[in-house]
Ligand binder design. Structure first.
Ligand SMILES: [Fe+2]
Length: 165
């Protein structure tokens, strides 16, 4: 074990611990928002009502499967930075920017609009997060991860809005 690196940084990436704490806070915020969005996608996948049910039902399934993969990458990045990920819905709801949607039948246009707005909102959060981390810390690995997730959210928002005409 390279104790000199660990003593200096608290983790094996060589990034100062005070920096990894701040970066991990950003990542836990993202983790919370992605969980709220993930549950909302499952909700709308089930409760959707409308003439394009099958197509949108299947499209939303693709979106939540992608979101589940991104969630895993974010939580594992927090571990690589030497910190702990938030892990309960109570913790996520306390820090998430995005709002939950209750269950019950959901008209398809309304469902698609809400998911597009959430992807837009998450993209805005990600842009701010990426700028802050890029300007304040030396962590291109996290910036690269977040940039990939940003691209996914931008594409999702674009695809969802195409349903709205
Ligand atoms: Fe399903």
């Amino acid at each position: 074990m390279n104790t000199s690196v660990e003593k200096k940084s608290g983790n094996l990436l060589g990034i100062p611990t005070s920096d990894t704490q701040n970066i991990s806070q950003h990542l836990n915020q993202l983790l919370a928002d992605e969980h709220v969005l993930y549950i909302k996608m499952r909700n709308f996948h089930w409760n959707l009502v409308g003439p394009s049910f099958v197509e949108i039902h299947e499209f939303i399934e693709k979106l939540y499967n992608q979101t589940a993969l991104d969630i895993d990458l974010v939580a594992e990045r927090i571990q690589q930075l030497g910190h702990a990920a938030a892990g309960s819905m109570a913790e996520f709801l306390k820090i998430a920017h995005l709002k939950e949607s209750t269950g019950g039948k959901k008209e398809q246009t309304q469902a698609v609009r809400e998911l597009a707005e959430d992807s837009d909102s998450l993209a805005r959060t990600l842009r701010t997060m990426i700028s802050e981390i890029d300007e304040q810390y030396d962590d291109p690995g996290t910036v690269d991860l977040l940039t990939g997730i940003l691209r996914t959210q931008e594409k999702n928002a674009w695809m969802l809005r195409r349903y709205l005409g």
